[in-house]
Design a protein around this ligand. Structure first.
Ligand code: BEZ
Length: 209
């Protein structure tokens, strides 16, 4: 059975470029973007890890930690980090897990044998402060992911966790939001005194709270 939204993210202990970590202890109190990349010293992965590093301040502002994994070992990761920093003009400030025995990759089902029986696919798990899996993504090796989209989803989840709203197609921080369909108009009037645009009774658009 695959890991599903709402499941507790499995805990593990692993060697990383920042030393030995116990995952739940390391993430304590933070959101986490946990992502796999197929292989060190490969072009797409180099751009992905570089871009993720460049988002460090954005992650920090949202109480998010990044952590990567591949089936290479920590000494390979450490050699490759120099290339990432030089070619992508950044500093890799998050840990990369060494997983040559594929223990973590197997735990998170990041190896899809019909795609490749040894390397990880490009998986993303967004995990909240309660260790719950809130989003999963799986991309093929040849397609780099959009980490701006990952930030956008985190913005939506953090907003909708603390307000009775949902976010519409292509929403981004600051845009109008949708009042939760579970709220009656009377309840909505209490929470959204500035009102809303009732496009349909089930589609009520209001300002970003
Ligand atoms: C890459 O990161 O460029 C890559 C890795 C594995 C297979 C194909 C591309």
């Amino acid at each position: 059975m695959s890991l599903q939204l709402g499941d507790i993210a499995p805990d593990f202990e692993a060697e990383t470029t920042h030393g030995l970590i116990r995952f739940h202890d390391w993430k304590e109190g933070s959101w986490v973007v946990f992502f796999s990349h197929p292989k060190d010293f490969t072009p797409v992965c180099t751009t992905e890890l570089g871009y993720t590093a460049s988002l460090g301040d954005e992650f920090k502002a949202r109480n998010v930690k990044a952590i990567a994994v591949s089936v290479d070992d920590v000494s390979d990761h450490n050699s490759w980090i120099g290339d990432i920093e030089e070619t992508q003009s950044t500093t890799v400030n998050f840990p990369i897990i060494g997983d040559p025995e594929r223990k973590v990759a197997s735990l998170y089902q990041m190896i899809h044998p019909q795609a490749n029986d040894t390397l990880t696919v490009r998986s993303v798990f967004i995990i909240d402060t309660n260790n719950k899996i809130r989003l999963t993504l799986t991309y093929p090796a040849s397609t780099g992911r959009n980490f701006d989209e990952i930030l956008r989803v985190i913005d939506s989840m953090q907003l909708t966790d603390s307000n009775k709203v949902a976010t519409p197609v292509n929403w981004k921080q600051g845009d109008d939001v949708i009042i939760s369909p579970s709220l009656s108009n009377d309840e909505a009037a209490e929470l959204f005194p500035e009102g809303w645009d009732e496009v349909r009774p089930y589609l009520r658009v209001t300002k970003h709270p």
